[in-house]
Design a protein around this ligand. Structure first.
Ligand code: MN
Length: 130
């Protein structure tokens, strides 16, 4: 299954690494370097899955997730937070903001693409039990 993936990430090294890992598995990756650019891309491209860094300039990742959720065409699109926030409660906060999953940085290059593929298949909006 080849996925159209939108990666919203401000760090160039992370963009390079994550794209490389995903493209190696045959997926197509579109980049956005901040929230407003990511929202524009998401509206234009309707990706299969959105990978969202939380520490972003200009617009916080949680706000980006909430804004993505308000886009009609993206109601069923999994949003995955990819973030080095590893404080207790961060996972819950990401899910509350509208994310469907959470992958912690530093990512594991051996398992990252597989995790994304798995999260891309989760049923839309698992709600409070997520
Ligand atoms: Mn960042």
């Amino acid at each position: 299954m080849s996925l159209q993936i939108l990666l919203i990430e401000d760090n160039e090294q992370n963009r390079y690494l994550l794209s490389f890992l995903l493209q190696s598995r045959g997926h197509t990756v579109t980049h956005a370097i901040d929230g407003p650019a990511g929202l524009a891309c998401a509206r234009a491209a309707t990706p299969d899955v959105i990978l969202l860094d939380i520490q972003l300039p200009t617009m916080h990742g949680y706000d980006v997730a909430q804004a993505l959720r308000r886009i009609d065409t993206l109601h069923r699109t999994p949003i995955v937070a990819v973030t080095s926030y590893a404080m207790p409660g961060d996972r819950e906060r990401a899910l509350a903001a509208g994310c469907d999953g959470y992958i912690e940085k530093p990512i594991d290059p051996d398992t990252f693409a597989g995790e994304v593929e798995q999260l891309a298949r989760i049923p839309p909006r698992q709600g409070a039990s997520a």
